[in-house]
Design a protein around this ligand. Structure first.
Ligand code: HEC
Length: 109
């Protein structure tokens, strides 16, 4: 009985909990791509600078300098695609565009 419960727990972890924690397919494909900070900077100017300032210095949205110390890449992706922190909208960039944005955010030290 105890063994059965243990086996069920292991199965649950292997099949459900761990894959979910690892990451969603979108983040995974984004993180496999090499981003271009230059393209990311262009995307930032068009989509993000209105709130975060032309050089990410903060305006309506917070200052993004040093943001990579506060949020890891998966959290940054979630921030951009989730729409969970209004007024920041929910963006749906292609994985390559998201990789470029990440590369740009990494330059904001
Ligand atoms: C309409 C305004 C608006 C736009 C446009 C916007 N943001 Fe935001 N952003 C915010 C606000 C407000 C917050 C703070 C949300 C909170 O935590 O409550 C935020 C938070 C963030 C954070 C987290 C900052 C931290 O210190 O943890 C990141 C990273 C970020 N935005 C990146 C982006 C990127 C990249 C874009 C463009 C693709 C973008 N934002 C576009 C308003 C905006």
């Amino acid at each position: 009985m105890v063994l059965l419960a243990a086996a069920a727990t292991v199965l649950f972890l292997l099949l459900v909990a761990l894959p979910a924690a690892r990451s969603d397919p979108y983040s995974r494909s984004t993180l496999q791509l090499a981003g271009s900070a230059e393209n990311g900077g262009q995307l930032f100017l068009i989509n993000c600078a209105g709130c975060h300032g032309i050089s990410g210095q903060g305006l309506v949205g917070p200052n993004l300098h040093g943001v990579k110390a506060r949020k890891n890449d998966r959290q940054l992706i979630q921030q951009v695609v989730s729409g969970q922190t209004p007024p920041m909208p929910r963006f749906q960039p292609e994985p390559q565009a998201m990789a470029d944005l990440l590369a740009y955010l990494h330059t904001l030290s």
